[in-house]
Design a protein. Structure first.
Length: 330
C-alpha cells in the first residue's frame, strides 16, 4: 500500500472518497488493542506517563481551558445544536418569601440546564462519527449507537482516563507572530505542527494530549461569533492524518468549532473528511472549542509548552460526546 502524502498539494481535490479511503486504510488501528476495545488511542496513556506529567507541575497554577456554557455561546441551531439554557427552579426570592415549604427558616436554590452535549468545550467520543457505516474498531454503526445511546464506546468509558502530558502547539503565533491568528480556511500541515513544536522546544510523544491553537477563538471574541460555529475556519489538513497516526498521541483538541480546516480541501462536496478518517479508523478522541488563550499567554511568557492536563468527560452513559472543563496545571 502506498503511504498517502502529507503534502496538501498532492491531494486530488476532485475525489474526496479516494483520499479519505486511502488514509483510512493506511492508518487504521482496528484490532490494535483487541476486538473489545472501547478507548482507541487513549490506550496510549500509561500510568507512568501520568506520573511524569505530574512532575511538570512547578507553580501549582491551574488554567481552565473551557469556554462559557451559557446563552451567549456560538451555536446557531445547526442540527439542533443550541447554546445552553440555564433555568432556576428555586431562588433566593422564593426563600425570602418562605414559599419553599422548608422548616426553621432554611431556604435554598436549585437549577437545571438544557443543552446539546457538544455546544461548547467538549470531546468527540468514538461513537460520534462513522465511516461507510462502520464505527470504531470495525463494528457496525447500528450495533454501536442506537436510540438508547452508544452501547459500546459510550463516553463514560473515558471518565477516568484522560489525564496525561499536555502540549500546546501555538501554530497561530508561530506562523503569524504579528497577529497570532491564522486566517479562516488555512490548512495546518504536518510540517506546520512539527515546526511549531521545534520552535517551542517540545517533542510530541506517545500518550500526549496535543492542543492546537489557531487564534480563531480570539478573533471571534473580538469581532463577534459570526460563523465560528460551522463556518470557515483554520484547522488541520486532511493530510495530517499520517502525523496523528505516527506520533501515537492519545487525543487532540483545537480552539475551533470543527477541528479541521473549513471549507474542507475539495472542489466537490465534502464534509469533515479528517473526522471520518481519525475517529472511526484511528480511534482518536477529538476536542473542539477549547479556550487556549490564557494558556498560550502563560506558555509564551514562561517558555514552557508542556504541562499536566486533566480533561475528564462527564460519565454520561451512552453519550457520543461530553462537555468538559479541561484544566492545565503548571
Amino acid at each position: 500500500m502506498t503511504t498517502p502524502s502529507d503534502n496538501p498539494a498532492d491531494l486530488d481535490r476532485t475525489d474526496p472518497e479516494a483520499e479519505i479511503s486511502a488514509r483510512a486504510e493506511a492508518y487504521r488501528n482496528w484490532g490494535r488493542w483487541g476486538q473489545d476495545d472501547v478507548l482507541g488511542t487513549l490506550n496510549f496513556i500509561e500510568p507512568s506517563q501520568r506520573v511524569a506529567a505530574a512532575g511538570l507541575v512547578r507553580d501549582g497554577r491551574v488554567i481552565s481551558l473551557a469556554q462559557s456554557f451559557d446563552t451567549n455561546g456560538p451555536q446557531k441551531g445547526w442540527r439542533r445544536r443550541t447554546n445552553p439554557v440555564h433555568t432556576m427552579t428555586d431562588t433566593g426570592t422564593d426563600a425570602e418569601r418562605g414559599n419553599q415549604g422548608f422548616p426553621h427558616g432554611i431556604g435554598g436554590a436549585d437549577d437545571v440546564i438544557s443543552m446539546p452535549l457538544q455546544c461548547s468545550t467538549q470531546w468527540d467520543g468514538l461513537g460520534h462519527i462513522f465511516d461507510h457505516g462502520n464505527a470504531w474498531n470495525g463494528r457496525r454503526a447500528g450495533d454501536v449507537v442506537t436510540s438508547e445511546g452508544d452501547l459500546v464506546t459510550g463516553i463514560e468509558h473515558a471518565a477516568s482516563v484522560i489525564v496525561s502530558r499536555g502540549v500546546l502547539l501555538d501554530v497561530g503565533r508561530h506562523l503569524r507572530p504579528d497577529t497570532g491568528e491564522l486566517p479562516d480556511g488555512y490548512a495546518i500541515t504536518a510540517t506546520d505542527l512539527d515546526a511549531a513544536a521545534a520552535a517551542q522546544g517540545v517533542v510530541i510523544g506517545r500518550g500526549d494530549i496535543v492542543l492546537v491553537r489557531t487564534g480563531q477563538l480570539a478573533r471571534a471574541r473580538r469581532d463577534g461569533w459570526g460563523d465560528y460555529a460551522g463556518g470557515p475556519a483554520p484547522g488541520l489538513s486532511l493530510t495530517t492524518a499520517g502525523w496523528l497516526h505516527r506520533t501515537e498521541i492519545a487525543a487532540i483538541a483545537t480552539d475551533t468549532w470543527g477541528f479541521e480546516v473549513r471549507p474542507n480541501e475539495f472542489d466537490v462536496p465534502a464534509f469533515q473528511p479528517l473526522h471520518q478518517v481519525v475517529i472511526p479508523n484511528l480511534g482518536l478522541t477529538i476536542g473542539e472549542m477549547w479556550d487556549l488563550e490564557s494558556l498560550a499567554e502563560v506558555c509564551a511568557e514562561s517558555g514552557r509548552y508542556e504541562f499536566l492536563l486533566s480533561a475528564a468527560p462527564l460519565p454520561i452513559t451512552g453519550a457520543v460526546g461530553s462537555p468538559i472543563n479541561p484544566v492545565a496545571i503548571l
